[in-house]
Design a protein around this ligand. Sequence first.
Ligand SMILES: [Zn+2]
Length: 104
Amino acid sequence: MRRVESAPNLVIATLWADALSAAGIEARVFSRYLSSIAGEIPPSEAEPTVWVLDDRDLERARQLLGELQRPVRGAGWRCESCGERHGPQFAQCWNCGAARTDPR
Ligand SMILES: [Zn+2]
């Protein structure tokens, strides 16, 4: 098992893990503070991390997460999950959280 990247918060970490799973990569989210009561710790110290179960998936996982975070140019797109329309700079649906899936 290898650590791929740390996320700014648990919601985004979960979105990333879901995106990796959708690409056929088994991924898990871990936080060092899962047992802590929410609100007791500063967000920066509660940084969750995304891991791949198979070490061989590490490079591809990093590429995929890089694509999720990279601003893109071009036409807008429509979310396949909920139909919401987005500008080209968004890699994820703000409405339902689905990752952008259309070819760029
Ligand atoms: Zn959506």
